[in-house]
Design a protein around this ligand. Structure first.
Ligand code: ZN
Length: 200
């Protein structure tokens, strides 16, 4: 089972969706969760890089589970799902910091169809407040961005959660560059107009 998580960890790092130990992955097994350990390198996960915790009980510190285990627990407690991925995807973080909206609407057709919207929530890492905000947002969407922090996505299996993480990053990247293009075009046109006026 850990092999499947390890495979996804490698893909996340290869595609630039996560780097070093910035992110965590879990799967649910009944009333238990198998989650990456604190400070695990996502592209070097072996069988010792995981911790099994209870779904409903606070995690003892000696377990050395990921700092975001509380968020994973809260999602599983509220949503009947089997896999969760958390990444520090760069374009998702950028969009969460510059967007004034509480729900981003993807501009590309695939992401729009697949995600419908991407909520942005707040909360300090590893806190109950963050866990509540993320779990609440995920009742209506498959993925969420924590402002200035990263993406949480869930699925009935790891592949599905991985697709959501990829789709969120794709949507944020496309929005970033189309907005940038729009900004430069607008400023370019303004300069052209000004130039024309001074020429007359
Ligand atoms: Zn994080």
């Amino acid at each position: 089972m850990w092999q499947e998580i390890s495979k996804i960890g490698k893909k996340l790092v290869l595609q630039g969706l996560a780097s070093a130990h910035f992110g965590n992955i879990s799967i649910r097994k009944g009333k238990k969760i198998l989650i990456t350990a604190h400070n695990s390198l996502l592209d070097e996960l072996d069988k010792n890089a995981f911790v099994e915790v209870d779904l409903d009980k606070p995690v003892p510190k000696v377990k050395k589970a990921s700092a975001e285990t509380i968020v994973h627990q809260r999602i599983y407690q509220n949503i009947p799902t089997s896999a969760i991925i958390h990444t520090h995807s760069p374009f998702a973080i950028i969009q969460s910091m510059i967007s004034k909206e509480s729900v981003l609407i993807p501009q590309d057709c695939e992401s729009k169809y697949f995600l419908r919207g991407i909520p942005i929530v707040t909360g300090e890492p590893g806190t109950s407040e963050l866990a509540d905000n993320v779990a609440k947002a995920l009742k209506n969407y498959h993925g969420v961005i924590v402002k200035g922090h990263g993406t949480f996505a869930y699925g009935k299996n790891l592949q599905q959660a991985y697709l959501v993480v990829c789709s969120i990053e794709q949507a944020c990247k496309i929005k970033y560059f189309t907005d940038l293009y729009g900004y430069f075009r607008k400023n370019c046109n303004r300069k052209k107009e000004k130039f024309k006026r001074t020429e007359k």
